[in-house]
Design a protein around this ligand. Structure first.
Ligand SMILES: [Zn+2]
Length: 135
């Protein structure tokens, strides 16, 4: 599991000090839940916000658009990656692949959402082993 420069895990968003055994255990336990299909709270809140906005059709989509327009794109990337993981689970992906699947797919999403088209073939190759779970 990779931590970013702030010590935050890109997949679950948790900050752990991986020099402590208890933190390592807690982090592994959290990833085990996520691998089984549980989504991080911020992804659930993201889905729910859009769901309510569409359900109520009261201008919520416009409000969300302004909320998210200039925000960190990471929440969107994670929503896509967790949706793909959920689909892969439905198609029988081995749960033990969760961390490597998410890392490879987040890199793929980084490349697709950037202007750097030169990296697309490499990123696509990195996710190829899971294409049978893409449905
Ligand atoms: Zn994590």
């Amino acid at each position: 599991m990779q931590m970013n420069e702030n010590g935050e895990c890109r997949i679950c968003g948790a900050m752990y000090d991986l020099s402590y055994e208890d933190d390592i255990k807690a982090h592994k336990a959290l990833h085990k839940k996520l691998a089984s299909g549980v989504q991080p709270r911020k992804i659930r809140e993201f889905s729910k916000a859009f769901g309510w906005a569409v359900a109520c059709n009261d201008g919520g989509l416009e409000r969300l658009k302004s909320d998210y327009q200039n925000s960190d794109p990471e929440i969107g990337k994670l929503a896509v990656a967790f949706s793909w993981w959920n689909r892969a689970l439905d198609y029988g992906v081995p749960v033990k692949d969760f961390d490597s699947y998410m890392e490879a797919h987040l890199k793929f999403i980084d490349v697709l959402s950037s202007e750097n088209n030169d990296e697309v073939p490499n990123a696509r190759r990195a996710i190829k082993k899971w294409e049978k779970f893409a449905g």
